[in-house]
Design a protein around this ligand. Sequence first.
Ligand code: TGC
Ligand code: FAD
Length: 386
Amino acid sequence: MAENFDLFEIDQDFHKEELSLRNKVRAFLNDKIRDKIADWFEQGLFPREIPRLFGEQGLLGSTISGYGCLGTNYTGYGLIMQEIERLDSGLRSFASVQGALVMYPIFTYGNEEIKEAYLPKLASGEWVGCFGLTEAEHGSNPGNMTCQLEDKGDHLILNGKKKWLTNGSIADLAVIWAKNEAGKVCGVVVQTNSPGVEFKTIENKFSLRASISSEAVFQKVKIPKSHLLNVEGLKGPFSCLNIARYGIAWGSIGAAEDCLEVALNYSQNRKQFHDQPLCSHQLVQAKLVEMYTEINKAKLLNQRLGRLFDAGKAQAAQISMAKMNNVSKALGIARMARDILGANGITYEHSVSRHLLNLESVNTYEGTEDIHRLILGQHLTGVSAF
Ligand code: TGC
Ligand code: FAD
């Protein structure tokens, strides 16, 4: 079991409630989802019952107090993300977007009317939310976005297109970032049943197949002024990304631990040459040890970052380092695990290729690995190299 990988006994530094939350989430996911996820991935399916199931367990927007949310600390939130992604990055993607990218901005920048109207529905999973920052021509550089928000006195009008919205086609609500007449980035909460809103699912993905990715078009969409978020400039969306990137740092290591568990087990049972198990060969051990080492290092980093979050001291550069390092290492770990499983590693019977393909997306979204490298380069040197 994954606890045996805990060489530095970091479990001892989690609070009792955090460990019991982690164990409860792990048991729930193993019981309800583990044996179905490979089929959903193969079929390219994100079942509509997932939001309600997650909502019942308090997995959505867990750090929010009130409005039907669990009110965990950030370390507890990280552990939830770790356990969900141990099963599949697509399921964690759903929960990240719903919690960090939709509920968080409504809670932080919304007025009481929209908090009360939307947060309980999002917390229970009755409603699904999506987040639109990226456009087809503006991915790593959202500051160049072209979506427009016009002030019409008693209401706002939204025009433009967004791409790659996780949950988009099944969403009831969208948090969309667009520029106002002064060229400032603003966020609005849009009900997707409003006239002029259209979503199209992006099909034929190799990666995150148990997750919905969509394009969205907004044509003269009328939005009540009460749905304008109280924040101006890119710090609005980036503050949401901080929470989601933090969750990804934890989640990706959940996927990596699953890969190590599968590879270790396989290598202890599969025999090649002289009737010896694979794990008796030095080159196989070297791979297993590299996986083990990177997982332990990443978990130490996550625990420290979680405590900084809980103390209200986490900084963007720390979050970038954790997202960049942990996803990149998890991707390498998934590749090594796939290699150790030989031919069997490419089948749906084992989770390793699914994690590998999923982690390719995780390495790209929420800021690519190199964008985080450049954020850190700027932090270290004081020079922007974008
Ligand atoms: P820059 O000039 O550096 O900053 C503009 C303003 O934003 C502030 N800021 C931050 N605030 C809070 N948290 C952060 N992490 C922040 N980073 C910057 C900054 O202080 C400034 O504020 P002010 O008051 O002076 O205006 O911005 P830039 O335009 O030069 O951009 C820099 C860059 C490249 C790092 C940024 O554009 C970036 O991070 N690009 C990556 C884009 C990205 O991550 N997109 C994610 C889309 S959502 C998604 O992928 C969801 S996937 C979900 C899933 O399925 O799990
Ligand atoms: P580009 O910006 O075109 O980058 C391509 C390559 O060029 C990368 O390797 C990048 O590192 C490199 N590059 C770019 N600029 C530089 C530079 N200055 N210096 C050096 N290298 C550079 N977005 C949302 O808004 N909401 C979502 O819910 C969402 N969900 C997603 C789900 C999935 C499955 C995926 C794959 C993406 C999702 N995204 C979402 C979009 C995601 O955030 C973007 O894909 C990401 O920000 C990168 O943008 P891009 O794909 O346009 O790549």
